[in-house]
Design a protein around this ligand. Structure first.
Ligand SMILES: *Cc1c(COP(=O)(O)O)cnc(C)c1O
Length: 423
């Protein structure tokens, strides 16, 4: 009984965890489709697709088969000086669906390194051109990862205290609303006069870690248009929003002004293996193309473009574009819409919002981000066979596209139950 939970305590140190306050980790022994199985024989619907990765379902047969075949042919090879079919095909397939103008694909392993590379591209782009632009622009409450550059631009830095003295310089603006867009443009105007902003990193439309905070495409478009005119490189962090979650392939597809650089991970490799991409335009690439070695991008990770991860990503892309998954996406969007209409009238619900298959509701109370209510909600959901991770006042759903209607109903029922019994 609870063998894994006990053995875990001896040597393991978990991410984002204060072990004294949270000593027990749940042992998961199996996952299939939208379901996680624990070591005590209980099942949970994976309502957040294991941090937005397993969108085509866990242990997807189609993806497994393709990766198994690749495993017998080429497992891993250095990607500096060598190349291979899976990476080439993945670059070709990505360029077909990425927003127009994206031309080059740089691989790394996770969302933080994808944004870290995007930040380095923007800073070195200007450095190579002899521009003195050393500041980055970012949204308040943004989240871009846990490495140093990514931490620096993240606005949600409540836990970054020990490191703040070492951050790169960042200016922050609020996300746009109809009321503040005038103020934002004014701020940008005086900022840009100093001519020191290298790039703007933003989570388009939905800020995941800020509890699925959403802003509208028009306001963002106005900001991007303004920045583009002033040669500020636009870095879209689509690590969370990419690959269908907003109802289109990318959140940037909802916005007229297109990014110069795009960061991708999470659903990129379908929840099977770690992989990330930083894509950019020919213009960005050209600023590094030179007879001088030092103008190149000297960044690389050992597992860059791992062939197995590339094949997982290729299979995921095929599924994403299949009629089946596209109709699943439409089905989940419609189902959330109906739930939203019903639940927004509940007296304990302050607000409901949705972007594609991302659904969030704010509770009509005040609480700490990781306070007690959050834990009681989490436990209630788990007891009802549903894995959700409430953030502060917000309960959100980001389930795999392949989730069934009855599994969706079970998530909705457990949320309604929690509103009545826990809140
Ligand atoms: C998760 C996330 C990251 C960081 O990705 P990791 O793989 O956890 O390093 C960066 N940006 C956004 C928008 C994310 O959601």
């Amino acid at each position: 009984m609870k063998d894994l939970t006990e053995r875990d305590k001896k040597h393991l140190w978990h991410p984002l965890t204060q072990h004294k306050l949270q000593p027990d980790m749940m042992g998961i022994i199996k996952a299939k489709g939208a379901i996680l199985y624990d070591e005590n024989g209980s099942e949970y619907i994976d309502g957040i697709a294991s941090w937005y990765t397993s969108m085509y379902g866990h242990c997807n047969e189609y993806i497994l088969e393709k990766v198994q075949r690749q495993m017998e042919v080429l497992d891993q090879v250095v990607f500096s000086g060598f190349t291979h079919e899976p990476a080439i095909r993945l670059s070709e397939e990505l360029i077909k669906i990425l927003p127009p103008e994206q031309q080059k694909i740089f691989f790394s392993d996770n969302g933080s390194t994808a944004t870290e590379v995007g930040i380095k591209m923007a800073l070195q782009y200007h450095f190579n051109k002899g521009n003195k632009r050393k500041v980055l622009l970012a949204f308040e409450e943004g989240f871009h990862g846990d490495t140093f550059g990514a931490m620096s631009v993240s606005g949600l830095s409540v836990y970054n205290g020990p490191f703040e003295d070492y951050f790169i310089e960042v200016e922050r603006i609020p996300t746009p609303t109809k009321d503040n867009i005038g103020y934002i443009l004014q701020r940008l105007n005086s900022e840009l006069e100093l001519n020191n902003i290298a790039g703007f990193i933003y989570e388009p439309l939905v800020q995941g870690a800020a509890a699925m905070k959403m802003h509208d495409a028009d306001g963002l478009n106005t900001i991007l248009e303004f920045l583009k005119k002033h040669q500020v490189l636009l870095i879209a962090d689509e690590v969370m929003t990419g690959f269908g979650k907003t109802g289109k392939n990318f959140a940037s597809d909802h916005i007229r002004v297109k990014p110069d650089i795009i960061c991708l991970s999470k659903a990129l490799s379908a929840g099977l293996l770690p992989l990330a991409v930083t894509s950019c335009t020919q213009e960005v690439f050209d600023a590094f193309y030179s007879d001088e070695i030092s103008k190149g991008l000297f960044h690389g990770h050992t597992y860059t473009a791992n062939p197995l991860a590339c094949v997982a990503a290729l299979s995921g892309l095929e599924l994403l574009q299949s009629e089946q998954i596209q109709s699943d996406i439409r089905r989940v969007i419609q189902s959330h819409k109906e739930f939203g209409l019903r639940i927004k009238e509940h007296p304990k619900v302050a607000a409901v919002r949705q972007c594609g298959i991302i659904f969030a509701l704010d509770l009509n109370i005040k609480t700490e981000r990781y306070g007690n209510l959050r834990n009681r909600l989490f436990n209630f959901f788990m007891e009802h066979g549903v894995f959700l991770r409430p953030l502060g006042n917000t309960i959100y759903i980001l389930a795999p596209y392949i989730i069934s209607d009855s599994q969706l109903s079970k998530i909705y029922d457990s949320i309604e139950g929690a509103l009545d019994e826990v809140v």
